[in-house]
Design a protein around this ligand. Structure first.
Ligand SMILES: Nc1ncnc2c1ncn2[C@@H]1O[C@H](COP(=O)(O)OP(=O)(O)OP(=O)(O)O)[C@@H](O)[C@H]1O
Ligand SMILES: [Mg+2]
Length: 278
């Protein structure tokens, strides 16, 4: 069954006065970043989204999350058209995005507070989700007393505590060191195996995309559209050693094959013209 349906989504931004972008060598004050994106995501599926920088991955996630309006086409979740943020959708950004004045526990509780959950239940759920990420004992710490990896764990716990039907993650591990990143990937998979929420996860790391995904969606260079969808049929549960397998390596080759031309195109674009000139 499909949970998220993306139908012919298009997004054009009107630039601010004085800004322009070169399109086919001509300056333009409008830029189309997504063009005809079609995608059907199944319930409980783990999708990773890869594509060159500027291919509209974050914009697409924002549109699925109801934070940005599409210029054309539509998004629906469980058949319901998305035009504003939905309480059943959770979001995790690259930046930790925690409230610095709230403790870890109070940060997780916040998501429940705004949904009207009573204080006792809120506390219990927040503690449970922090414990899933090994953060028991750190409930009273403020974000600046936690490492980057711990802060991102809190941000994920906060998103999961609301039992989201859809979890949108925009390069959530990009700012972490390689070891912490692998640990968090494994933790995320372990928890996802339990709750099986539908995840759309943006990444620039091919290994991360393969390790996590049921399917990888490869975007073209701007204007972004779906270039290819690759099935990742590696067995689950997956442990880190799977990265050394021949199957994993074969997937690396396929993903890179699909991405290479698009990354080159995007780079040529930048070489010819900075994105904006004044
Ligand atoms: N509000 C806006 N106004 C004008 N242009 C925008 C706006 N938001 C995004 N863009 C442009 O849309 C394009 C796609 O941006 P987006 O952030 O989705 O790319 P991305 O694929 O997430 O890239 P990255 O991998 O670098 O994060 C970029 O060229 C960006 O400059
Ligand atoms: Mg982005």
């Amino acid at each position: 069954m499909d949970r998220i349906t993306v139908t012919d989504v298009q997004k054009t931004f009107q630039l601010k006065p004085g800004q322009s972008v070169l399109i086919d060598g001509r300056p333009s004050d409008r830029v189309t970043v997504l063009n005809g994106v079609d995608l059907a995501i199944r319930k409980g599926e783990f999708i990773t989204l890869v594509g060159p920088s500027g291919s509209g991955k974050s914009v697409l996630l924002d549109i699925i999350g109801g934070l940005v309006e599409a210029s054309g086409g539509s998004i629906s979740i469980d058949g319901k058209r998305i035009v504003r943020p939905d309480a059943k959708t959770g979001y995790v950004f690259q930046q930790y995005a925690l409230f610095p004045w709230r403790t870890a526990l109070a940060n997780v509780e916040y998501a429940l507070e705004v949904r009207g959950v009573g204080s006792a239940e809120r506390r219990e759920k927040a503690r449970y989700f922090l414990s899933l990420f090994g953060l028991s004992g750190f409930e009273d710490r403020f974000p600046n007393q936690l490492s980057g990896g711990m802060q991102q764990r809190v941000a994920i716990a906060r998103a999961l505590a609301t039992d989201p039907e859809v979890l949108l993650m925009d390069e959530p591990f990009a700012a972490l060191d390689a070891q912490t990143r692998e640990i968090l990937q494994a933790e995320l998979l372990r928890i996802w195996e339990k709750i099986k929420t539908t995840v759309v996860f943006v990444t620039h790391s091919i290994d991360e995309a393969i390790y996590l995904a049921d399917r990888i969606v490869v975007m073209t260079a701007r204007p972004g559209t779906v270039k290819e969808i690759l099935d990742i049929d590696l067995p689950r549960p997956r442990d880190g050693d799977i990265r050394a397998s021949t199957e994993f390596n074969a997937h690396r080759g396929r993903v890179w094959e699909a991405l290479r031309d698009e990354v080159n195109k995007a780079q040529k674009d930048w070489a010819l013209a900075p994105a904006y000139s004044h």
